[in-house]
Design a protein around this ligand. Sequence first.
Ligand code: ZN
Length: 82
Amino acid sequence: MKNAPTSSETPARPEVKCPRCGKSQVYSLQNPFRPFCSERCRTFDLAGWAEERYRLGSPALHEEDSLAETEASLDEPEDEQT
Ligand SMILES: [Zn+2]
């Protein structure tokens, strides 16, 4: 008893990778979320685009960096300026 290789018998089905999570899936016209693998990925992707648009020009990502920099400069002695 051995497992027959399915590659030769199974007809090649087109596979696509979900643009959101990269998960391979069989491309099916019955998949209402194509090319995404699921409703979750599709919604997430759309939300991501919208969010990205909102964030354009917003320095939210650098907030942490500037905070750290402020702390670092506070630790530095300012004796050199005297
Ligand atoms: Zn996905």
